[in-house]
Design a protein around this ligand. Structure first.
Ligand code: APR
Ligand code: PHB
Length: 390
């Protein structure tokens, strides 16, 4: 087989790039390790920066997002009993975020690929990348007993943290930066009325909590739990009791509880791999970087990778201009690290760090007091939350 751009990974990053390139007449093949149902069974975050929303519209995949998603122009931060609204639109000249489940977004991308007749191979095994520094990089893999070889002009590794692409870059070329937080997030999805029309990020003496939503009848809640906690350690009743204990009384009083339809624990860690290019292999999304979910920057930092790669590949094929490809690493990493910084800052601001010295505990409270009292600090938070420019 031959294609212009071979894409490893049928998650949101790989699918979005494939769709955008197809609309410009650039041929791609997407190779996905799992079945479509498996990929669509993943529960992920649901806050989209305005830049990602624009990319989905450019990809002609935004109809359901625009009709079912919710535009949010603010959110709340609670600190014990006090609560402040972050006026995103007010601080950013009218910008906002879209609340729309990543599972639905991935479904929309798959349906768009089907509609255009895009090639997405599922259940591929033993994907290997070859001759990445040559002009004809190759992908080999298996589906069942069929062995496949795909000659490409370029390979995009959009195969997530556990994928094969980053591991195909020689150790002496790759530098990895990692930070592991001493806690995770226990998340619950419940068919209940969201306690608040806007998200509430809560700092409390018992730990962090987050009130989010998927729709007017589907709520998403999280509480910080120690690393090592297992989801079977937490009954629904225990979860609801702990969530209530971490929220302001006026919020707790109106919290509707119900059975969890999904319950899981995600670890919190930060990770960046450099460079994001090796020969004709380009890394994008979770394959190259991971953030704690506090700032909702996971998918949104993948968005700028896809934006840069899309424009660079179009310039290559349509104008013979390789400036975008040659500057991809520098441009992508500049924005990736700003998303890392914001996610690190928000995580440190709102979580309980049990082993912190007393001085650092007071510094954390002072950071929040300063934020609540400073328009400049609020503006900085807002511009990062809605998304820095691509
Ligand atoms: N071969 C083929 N596909 C693979 C391989 C492999 N060796 N390894 C992993 N994959 C697939 C996974 O099954 C997954 O569907 O690559 C896809 C990667 O998708 P994601 O992990 O969702 O990563 P990405 O598309 O970059 O999206 C980033 O997803 O995990 C969240 O928080 C993250 O919101 C962010 C978004
Ligand atoms: C979610 O709705 O899953 C969500 C929202 C905001 C975050 C993280 C997760 O920062």
């Amino acid at each position: 087989m031959k294609t212009q751009v071979g894409i490893i990974g049928g998650g949101p990053s790989g699918l979005l790039l494939s769709q955008l390139l197809h609309l410009q007449g650039i041929d791609t093949i997407v190779l996905e390790k799992h079945s479509r149902d498996y990929v669509l069974g993943r529960i992920r975050a649901g806050v989209l920066e305005h830049g990602f929303v624009k990319l989905m519209r450019l990809a002609q995949c935004a109809a359901r997002m625009d009709s079912e998603g919710e535009i949010h122009d603010g959110f709340f931060i609670a600190d014990g009993e006090r609560k402040r609204r972050i006026d995103l639109a007010g601080y950013t000249g009218g910008q906002s975020v879209m609340v729309y489940g990543q599972t639905e977004l991935t479904r929309d991308l798959y349906e768009a690929r089907d509609k255009l007749g895009g090639t997405v191979l599922h259940n591929v095994e033993d994907v290997q990348l070859h001759a990445l520094t040559s002009d004809v990089p190759q992908i080999t893999c298996r589906t069942g007993t069929d062995h496949i070889q795909i000659d490409c002009d370029y390979v995009v590794g959009a195969d997530g943290y556990h994928g094969v692409s980053r591991k195909s870059i020689p150790d002496n070329v790759l530098t990895e930066y990692e930070k592991v937080f001493p806690f995770g997030w226990l998340g619950v999805l419940s068919e209940t009325k969201p306690v608040s029309p806007e998200l509430i990020y809560a700092k409390s003496a018992r730990g962090f909590a987050l009130c989010s939503l998927r729709s007017r009848v589907l709520s998403r809640y999280y509480i910080q739990v120690p690393s090592g906690d297992r989801v079977e350690d937490w009954s629904d009743e225990a979860f609801w009791a702990e969530l209530k204990a971490r929220l302001p009384a006026d919020v707790t009083d109106s919290l509707e509880t119900g059975p969890s339809i999904e319950k899981s624990i995600a670890p919190l860690r930060s990770f960046v791999a450099e460079p994001m290019r090796y020969g004709n292999l380009f890394l994008a999304g979770d394959a190259a970087h991971i953030v704690p979910p506090t700032g909702a920057k996971g998918l949104n930092s993948a968005a700028s990778d896809i934006y840069y790669l899309y424009h660079a590949l179009v310039a290559h094929y349509q104008d013979g201009d390789d400036a975008g490809l040659n500057s991809y690493c520098e441009k992508a990493l500049a924005r990736v690290w700003k998303a890392q910084r914001f996610s690190w800052w928000m995580t440190n601001l709102l979580h309980l760090f049990p082993d912190r010295i007393a001085y650092d505990q007071r510094l954390q409270q002072t950071e929040l007091d300063y934020l609540f009292a400073s328009e400049a600090a609020m503006k900085s938070l807002a511009e990062n939350y809605v998304g820095l420019p691509f």
